[in-house]
Design a protein around this ligand. Structure first.
Ligand code: ADP
Length: 652
């Protein structure tokens, strides 16, 4: 199914609104055609200075005469094809006569007796009908806007919920900027296209259909002749639609790149400023925004072409009808170039109404050209958007999850090989066993795979080969919620939210009471500064990523958050990297107490932190190259010695 139809399918949840919207559009269309049809009695009055009852009587007399003539002709003809044709004509005339006879009592009773009165009555009816039509138009516009908003909300919620369940490997295929672009630009374009579709794109074609049906009622042969040019318009508009869709794809891509530049620069604003790269970033932004501008202008150009195409071809259609119809009326003929057009010569009033209806059909066609670009942009955005909803997380719960006792007995990395991208192994046949209750420190040069090891334990990724196990259970066999509820994490990759200190500590433990939050804060040695240094204590909002706090304060609140969950495994990734000496000592004190009765894995560059560890594991190029106490490693592990020399040199 085309992605745009999937978007349309969402509307089934709002059937009531859709039906009301379509009903309003239908009424608008009927009243639009009806108002133009009302020209007929007006022309009859103006051209012949008659009232409606007079016109009806004349019309009845004419039909009766025609019937008698037909009857006479049939009587004179021998039985054959000609008689069959005459009989058909007679039946049609008879039906028309009966319809008019039914109308007669109503017209006699209600219609004004003078030409002027008839004109006035028709005008009043048209005025009333226009008021009703406009009320329906308001209804149709408001209801289609409602659908637009509801669909936007639906799609945004769908995408948000979907992304929440994507693992990092799948998410990183689009990245934050990409997802933001799907969330806002794509969805806006889809909803914009849909609102046009359920509003103008239903209303205007309905108006066209009603007018064309009216024109066909007057003389369908003439209508067919006028529409010979319509396929040319259809082909041109189709080609144009393709160009708009392609240009929209490019624009959305460029917009995403622009968003990437913006997000990246805003996130790293201090880096940009400290390196004096403001002009460079400005240049990058300007270049990307010009790219977007060029793409947007191309779409504007293509969209603008729709109008002249419909206008020119619409005019040509009316001209064809005008030429042919005028020829028939002026010469009182019923055939053109040997082709029969009508049973009897057309009246001038009929021809004028026919033109009125054609123009009435041309106006919606012109309006349709306005929404043409919006609908095609919506189609292109849907083609981009829906594949994202189909992206499946690689990391999922097994059908029949297994579990292990709480607390676990050991964590085991068994010959684990892992790579983020093809051909670049980050962990190679890594084997490591950590018994429950042990605190281990992972050290190693940057890029040696320390954080990756934690990512595998949290099951953000699965190993390419080998297995990570909790006791004997492979993590892939465990329910994700079961696994992650056992683990607390303090890491720069797990920032604070722009909320109160209280809510940040309670994050992940939604049922925790204030007392429990305060207790966790005390254990993380942050209660004092929260009470004494923060203006509103636990109700202080910490700013984006805790920007209103110092590095040490942030770390301790993050530690309190992890501690509140009372995890059996605690992971600390560079937890003390940005902190002052006082905070570091407080964190150490907190960890000294908290690590009792849990497994703790510390990733650190700080030698002082190593004193917390029972055991140090040295990683290099994704392999364990040293495992033991500080003293053992100093004596036996060259990599550890290098690391120590380098760090001491750096801090000297
Ligand atoms: P460490 O924590 O020891 O500094 P990491 O585990 O963060 O090292 O990274 C190990 C290697 O994996 C590095 O070469 C890094 O560039 C790469 N890497 C880390 N995260 C990703 C990722 N999301 N996508 C691709 N490569 C990554």
């Amino acid at each position: 199914m085309h992605p745009f139809f999937r978007a349309i399918g969402l509307v089934r949840h709002y059937r009531g609104t859709l039906i009301a919207c379509l009903a309003c559009s239908l009424l608008v269309a009927l009243l639009w055609g009806g108002n133009i049809g009302a020209l007929y009695p007006v022309f009859q009055v103006i051209l012949h200075n008659r009232s409606l009852p007079d016109w009806l009587d004349d019309e009845l007399a004419l039909r009766r005469r025609t019937l008698e003539e037909l009857q006479a002709k049939i009587g004179q003809q021998p039985v054959g094809q000609q008689v069959a044709l005459l009989n058909r004509q007679k039946a049609a005339e008879q039906a028309a006569l009966e319809r008019l006879m039914q109308l007669r009592p109503w017209v006699q009773r209600f219609a004004p007796r003078t030409a002027f009165g008839t004109l006035l009555a028709v005008m009043l009816v048209v005025l009333l009908a226009t008021a009703v039509k406009d009320a329906c138009l308001v209804g149709s516009i408001v209801l289609s806007a409602r659908l637009n908003q509801l669909i936007t909300r639906d799609l945004q919620q769908k995408l948000f919920s979907h992304v929440l369940r994507l693992d990092p490997a799948v998410f990183s295929r689009r990245g934050t900027a990409g997802m933001m672009s799907h969330m806002y630009q794509d969805i806006n374009a889809i909803a914009g296209g849909m609102s046009q579709l359920f509003g103008s794109a239903v209303r205007e074609p309905l108006k066209m259909v009603v007018c064309l049906a009216g024109a066909a009622f007057v003389c369908w042969q003439l209508l067919l002749l006028s529409l010979v040019l319509a396929p040319a318009a259809a082909v041109l508009l189709r080609l144009l639609g393709g160009s708009i869709r392609r240009a929209t794809h490019r624009l959305l891509r460029e917009n995403m790149r622009l968003q990437e530049v913006v997000l990246e620069t805003f996130h790293g604003l201090q880096v940009v400023q400290s390196f004096g790269m403001e002009s460079h970033e400005e240049e990058r932004f300007v270049r990307k925004s010009w790219d977007c501008y060029r793409r947007a202008m191309r779409i504007a150009f293509y969209s603008s072409l729709a109008k002249p195409i419909t206008e020119l071809l619409g005019l040509a259609i009316v001209f064809v009808a005008l030429l042919a119809g005028t020829h028939l009326v002026l010469n009182q003929q019923t055939t053109l170039l040997g082709i029969p057009f009508s049973d009897r010569p057309l009246e001038l009033a009929e021809l004028l109404v026919f033109y009125g209806l054609l123009i009435g059909a041309a106006d919606p066609a012109r309006r349709l050209s306005d929404i043409f670009g919006a609908v095609h942009s919506g189609i292109a955005a849907a083609e981009r958007f829906f594949p994202v909803l189909e992206m499946q997380p690689v990391i999922t719960d097994p059908p029949q999850p297994r579990s292990t006792g709480r607390p676990h007995r050991k964590i085991c990395f068994d010959r684990v090989t892992f790579a983020y991208t093809d051909n670049q192994p980050v962990l190679q046949e890594l084997t490591l066993e950590i018994p429950f209750g042990q605190t281990i420190a992972l050290v190693g040069p940057n890029g040696s795979g320390k954080t990756t090891l934690l990512n595998l334990l949290l099951r953000f990724y699965d190993p390419l080969s080998g297995a990570v196990r909790l006791d004997e259970v492979d993590l892939r066999e465990m329910a994700l919620a079961d696994l992650r509820s056992r683990i607390g994490v303090v890491s720069q990759q797990f920032p604070l939210f722009n909320d109160t200190v209280f809510e940040n500590i309670r994050y992940g433990s939604p049922d925790a009471t204030l007392q429990e939050v305060v207790e966790a804060a005390r254990r993380a040695h942050c209660h004092r500064f929260i009470e004494e240094q923060l203006e509103h204590g636990y109700q202080t909002v910490v700013g984006e990523n805790g920007s209103r706090l110092s590095g040490g304060q942030r770390q301790r609140i993050a530690l309190a958050r992890a501690m509140l969950r009372d995890p059996e495994i605690l992971l600390l990734d560079e937890a003390t990297s940005q902190v002052d000496v006082e905070s570091e000592q407080l964190i150490h004190k907190a960890l000294e107490q908290f690590k009792q009765g849990r497994t703790v894995i510390l990733v650190t560059h700080r030698w002082s932190t190593l004193s917390l560890a029972d055991r140090i594991v040295v990683l290099e190029k994704g392999r364990v190259v040293g495992d033991g106490t500080h003293q053992q490693l100093i004596e036996t592990c060259p990599a550890y010695q290098r690391l120590r020399e380098w760090t001491m040199l750096k801090s000297a």
